[in-house]
Design a protein around this ligand. Sequence first.
Ligand SMILES: NC(=O)c1ccc[n+]([C@@H]2O[C@H](COP(=O)([O-])OP(=O)(O)OC[C@H]3O[C@@H](n4cnc5c(N)ncnc54)[C@H](O)[C@@H]3O)[C@@H](O)[C@H]2O)c1
Length: 347
Amino acid sequence: MITRTTSRLVARRALTPAVAATRSFSKIQPQKNAEVVAADKVPMVTYNDGVRSESIVQPLDPGIVNPPGADARKIAIPLEKSILERLTPTLKKFTLVDKVAVVTGGGRGLGYNMAQALAEVGIKGIALMDLNKENGDAAAKELAEETGIDVRFYQVDVRDYGSVTGAVKDVISHYGKIDVLINSAGIADSNIPAENYPHDMWSKLIDVNLNGAFLCAQAVGREMIAQKTGGSIIFIASMSGSIVNYPQEQSCYNASKAGVIHLTKSLAAEWAKYNVRVNAISPGYMDTALNRVPALDAQKKIWIAQTPQKRLGGVDELNNLAVYLASDASSYTTGANMIIDGGYTLW
Ligand SMILES: NC(=O)c1ccc[n+]([C@@H]2O[C@H](COP(=O)([O-])OP(=O)(O)OC[C@H]3O[C@@H](n4cnc5c(N)ncnc54)[C@H](O)[C@@H]3O)[C@@H](O)[C@H]2O)c1
């Protein structure tokens, strides 16, 4: 009897590496000369009681990946003072009254959604940092208008030490301090076999996901240490830092996120003495814009089949953990890597 896990491992080995479209969080270009496998021609091998069968993955029925309402625009609602005053001590610990946060990659996606969540628990100010000016501008405007909170946008490339430190200094001079950093800026590419991985693409991804995340943590961490009030730093890593995704080959992304997870632990150990807590959130497959591309539809069917909850994560499903980690609710939590993946990593 072949167990489900065994059969999946066998199927993985049996599969010829498929090269499909390059997935990108931002602007990574598709690999030149790459062989492209159409979304409706992804081969799938399964073993059932030792009997091998091969089929072509069928395109998804719409609605499985994106459940009804998933596209709805979420509006942030600020926390009213009258409600705050009536909170129990436990709920009060989940608030961020008078705190200031920096959110990188805050122009859209998971970063923007987590910024909305911080705004809903009483935060005083939020600085969004993102490479994409158009999205960042629009996000800051929208969040400020919805909540009345002092929101700023900085166009920053997290790889650039000068612009990161310059923006962080400006945040300090405007708001007076930083209590929370959420490092969500990131890019991904996938379906690139390691033996063909172009070196420039490898370097760029590591530069954004690992080096950039460190630069931001260092620039903000220095301020948190200097201000002597501590703080909370949250890295958005990935389940790909703990497991190897299937079927897409994406060694660089996986390595970058494994680096982020261990960086989280290292900084948590070093900065505990300054009362700076450092934790990571590791999402599984989330239903963000970057995953909503037709070329990924066939792979998504495999992802969903291998996820116990049988769906992708909603774009706002990191929010409550982000609030927990940012606030005093998690005052004794540091160095943790918390996975939100609908159970994907269980199998
Ligand atoms: N969506 C998923 O399935 C998933 C799963 C696991 C982990 N993650 C991680 O979550 C984070 C956010 O992902 P998302 O789905 O919201 O993606 P997204 O593409 O919607 O958002 C990422 C943001 O980062 C910005 N960015 C990219 N490069 C930058 C740079 N050099 N400097 C500054 N900003 C930059 C982009 O402009 C974009 O606004 C990423 O770190 C990603 O690796 C996502």
